[in-house]
Design a protein around this ligand. Structure first.
Ligand SMILES: Cc1cc2nc3c(=O)[nH]c(=O)nc-3n(C[C@H](O)[C@H](O)[C@H](O)COP(=O)(O)OP(=O)(O)OC[C@H]3O[C@@H](n4cnc5c(N)ncnc54)[C@H](O)[C@@H]3O)c2cc1C
Length: 588
């Protein structure tokens, strides 16, 4: 075992982690731990764009962006956080531009902007061009740009280090309110050697990304197993609003691979088997550019009512055939290639089969607007921060608008990096980690290694059972029966996990072992998603209960706070911060 000491340790090298690292490493001794090589992080798969009311191509204002974000989030957004997100958006884009990000340009040379779902002019009048973009590879460009800057600044990376535990000086659930709980560091497993490392730090920032792999059909990379969220939960910290998961309308049918909303931003149209542009019925003003929760539900509904396309009538069609091929090649080169490669469809001349795919976790580790992690509704954990998809500030509420996540990781990644370094500057010495800090991880690894030849349950079987029930029962439409069924399956998977057996006892690159650990994270998170979804007897944003089809502000205009306990998930509530916009009916 090797021990390290830093002022700031950042877990994750996606957009949020590297944006934080740029700030923190300028001010303090910083290490970035990441299970993937930085440039393989999922931020690099982001396609469509990053929102900011630059008003480069048409009239726009940060205030309209704030309103759209709050309305898009079905009024579960903390409005103080949304104001920060949208006002700091402009500098966030300019910062990236100065770092050299090759944005698409207008003929005058300004950063070009395109339309995206739910982004409107003058509080819903018409769609507005607010998304800054780089063809359909915006995330790739952001990730590469941030990585270059990190290299230039000499940021220290520990690549292929899996963080498996965070160490706090006290049990946050057993510590009375008002008493300080502080982070002391993290414990990581080095993939190449199997060695366990402890990292003591004055500040720790979690930026571990999403958890799409709780579902089978997802746009997310295989590595998005919600590690940071599950580690926080395991350390006795709450998770916020986990029942809100976004299903992106346009996954390639049957595969879930994403076709960016930019396709509709550039003029693509959704049609049912009758050729009808059905979104005209569901959102007469902005049609195909309604927010994702509404479009995904409309698509699922068309299929249910028998107007699905294809031999099994189980998808709808994304029609780009009226767009000029040159326009498609210039603005949507990658995603049209996905349609050719994975479905054998030529988007110039044929509509593309699409169906909703699990895409984004609106919930996560609760933080305040400086990025500090909360251990209750308001009390921060000293020295612990989170940013990006693993965190919940909450700027996305019940449904995130497209292009607001690349924005979120830049704005709140930056804020968390600054806050972490500033906190570290106030602490005299690196905290001492308890002697047995690594014992949890050591036991976990030893138990799994010991399961070779003994445990009879296979990781792949358990994961399949988990993901299939989540797809079947906790997707676009849910009700008490489907959620209870999922709860039963997850309980069974959890019981079987006690007897899991891996095949590789080795130390080097033991991915078998790590997949077993990631599966445990998925089990823990699925339980939280289901518990929150069962308790929330209303429909709001991405959470649609068929047995409670209306939003119920009287009973449920609050965040869900979920705690892991020995007796299962304990739920609490937290008020929503409302500054300017009172909840209204959500129509587009
Ligand atoms: C296909 C696709 C397209 C998208 N398009 C857009 C778009 O156009 N616009 C938009 O706004 N949003 C988009 N999104 C959403 C957005 O890209 C993500 O929400 C965002 O990039 C997440 O960034 P992040 O830094 O939080 O996490 P990630 O980029 O996922 O990075 C997570 C990091 O954490 C590390 N990590 C995870 N677990 C551990 C662990 N246990 N130990 C050590 N390290 C760990 C990983 O190595 C990785 O470096 C898209 C998402 C997908 C999947």
């Amino acid at each position: 075992m090797t021990h390290h000491e830093y002022d700031v340790v950042i877990v994750g090298a996606g957009g949020a982690g590297m944006r934080a690292a740029l700030e923190s490493s300028e001010r303090s001794r910083t290490a970035v731990l990441t299970k993937l090589y930085p440039t393989r992080s999922h931020t690099g798969a982001a396609q469509g764009g990053m929102a900011a009311a630059l008003a480069n191509v048409e009239d726009d204002s940060a205030e309209w962006h704030v309103f759209d974000t709050i309305k898009g989030g079905d009024y579960l957004v903390d409005q103080d956080a949304a104001e920060i997100l949208c006002r700091e958006a402009i500098d966030a884009v300019l910062d990236l531009e100065k770092m050299g990000l090759p944005f698409n340009r207008t003929p005058e040379g300004k950063v070009d902007q395109r339309r995206f779902g739910g982004h409107t002019r003058n509080h819903g009048e018409a769609a507005v061009r607010r998304a800054c973009y780089s063809a359909d590879r915006t995330g790739h460009m952001i990730l590469q740009t941030l990585y270059q800057q990190c290299i230039k600044q000499g940021v220290e990376f520990f690549n292929e280090f899996y963080v498996l535990d965070v160490i706090l000086d006290k049990d946050p659930q057993a510590t009375p309110a008002g008493e300080e709980v502080s982070v002391t560091g993290v414990v990581a497993l080095e993939l190449a050697t199997g060695e366990i490392h402890t990292f003591a730090a004055k500040s720790v920032v979690f930026a571990t990304g999403g958890a799409g792999k709780v579902f089978k059909t997802t746009s997310n990379a295989h590595t998005l197993t919600g590690d940071g969220m599950a580690i926080a939960l395991g350390a006795g910290l709450p998770l916020e609003d986990m029942e809100f998961f976004q299903f992106h309308p346009t996954g390639l049918a049957g595969l879930g691979i994403l076709l960016s909303e930019a396709a509709r931003g550039e003029g693509g149209i959704l049609r049912n088997s009758e050729g009808e542009r059905f979104m005209e019925r569901y959102a007469p003003t902005i049609k195909d550019l309604a927010p994702r929760d509404m479009v995904a539900r409309a698509m699922a509904n068309e299929v249910r009512e028998g107007r699905g396309a294809g031999p099994h009538k189980d998808y709808v069609l994304l029609d780009l055939t009226h767009l000029e091929p040159a326009h498609i090649d210039e603005k949507l080169p990658d995603i049209t290639e996905f349609a050719r490669t994975y479905l054998g469809v030529e988007p110039y001349t044929e509509p593309v089969p699409v169906y909703p795919t699990a895409h984004y976790a609106m919930g996560g580790i609760p933080t305040n607007v400086t990025g500090q992690v909360l251990r209750s509704n308001s009390e921060p954990v000293t020295g612990l921060y989170a940013a990006g998809e693993c965190a919940c500030v909450s700027v996305h509420g019940a449904n995130r608008l497209g292009t607001n996540s690349l924005l979120d990781i830049n704005v709140f990644g930056r804020r968390a990096g600054i806050a972490a370094a500033e906190h570290a500057a106030t602490v005299a010495s690196v905290p001492v980690m308890a002697d047995d800090a690594a014992s949890g991880v050591e036991t976990l690894v030893a138990t799994l290694r010991g399961s070779v030849g003994a445990g009879t349950e296979r990781v792949a079987d358990l994961r399949k059972a988990l993901q299939e029930t989540m797809d079947r029962n906790v997707q676009v439409f849910r009700d008490a029966d489907s959620l209870e069924e999922a709860r039963g399956v997850i309980a069974d998977v959890k019981a079987r996990y006690a007897n899991v057996g891996i095949h590789d006892r080795g130390t080097r690159y033991n991915t078998d072992l790590l997949e077993a650990i990631e599966l445990k994270f998925l089990i823990d998170l699925s339980e939280v998603v289901i518990a929150g979804a069962l308790a929330r007897e209303e429909s709001r944003g991405g959470h649609y209960r068929e047995d409670f089809p209306k939003r119920d502000d009287e009973k449920f205009l609050h965040h869900t706070m979920a705690y892991g306990t020995a007796d299962g998930v304990r739920l609490d509530t937290k008020p929503v911060v409302i500054t300017t916009y009172q909840p209204m009916e959500r129509k587009y």
